[in-house]
Design a protein around this ligand. Sequence first.
Ligand SMILES: [Fe+2]
Length: 298
Amino acid sequence: MTKDKKRVAEIDMGTFKYDPRTNVKSGEDDKAGMVFDDGFRKEYIENYMEESVVYQNVFDEDKIKTLCEFMFRSTGFWRVSKTGNLFFSGNFKQLVKDYIKPWTKDVLQDTSWDWDKVWTVGGNFFHTPHQYGIHTDMPAPDDFWDSDLITYKSMLIPLYINPFKTKCKMIYYDQRVVDSGCTLDYGPFTSTTHYNSYTDYSQIKNVHTLDGPITIDREKTRMSDDDFLRYELDKAPSPIDRYHGLSVEHSYDWTPGDLHVFDTAQIHSSTLGANPKFKTKAGLRITFMAKRDYANYP
Ligand SMILES: [Fe+2]
């Protein structure tokens, strides 16, 4: 794969935690990449996997405005992908400390969320004219995270959608891929990312639901026409064939100001909506990382 193609991919789903051009290194950081071994998987499955949840109206208009100002003035890096996505990243520790942590205190206080677990964060602000295909948000196979880190949780905060009256969906599936990031691309097209792309989902290793390990089986788990319509996957725009093997955990409206909390390993996708389809939408995605517990999960 060419370097250029890689760059596009990084932009499209990128974590932006570390930009090699800046040569930022500090302390004991090794930037060697996360290690998706048995200990990682066991620790993740036993400690961090939970149902996805959306808290409504967590961020009012003023807060969204503040987040957008941060996006334009305080992030430091921006990139545009060949497909027309615009991303901002950088300074996310400050963003979390100053805004995300205090503003989510009330909704998260009686949940399992544990800020003491969070060691570092990554993510991006994104503007996209596209619907996102089926994927996980786990680090890319060649990402630069430190080797002693483990994915804790992910947050997604819809910031706006245009036209405003469009309703599109975020769909979270029961299946998690406890491994580096991947895309599920059944059908006659090729993925533009450098993430592991699967057209045969039965080849995906380390798939788990909250009930235990599974293999994704297109024949056994068929996406029913009812579910396809009920969850508005018909507005995605892939055909139903792409979804066989997956089952929907939740389908949520893209509503600015809501807070989505989900497993970083959880398979998810979005839709374009209808009447009208959205032209562009923006959101803030944050991935939280914890330190590996080698004593209990060697
Ligand atoms: Fe995602």
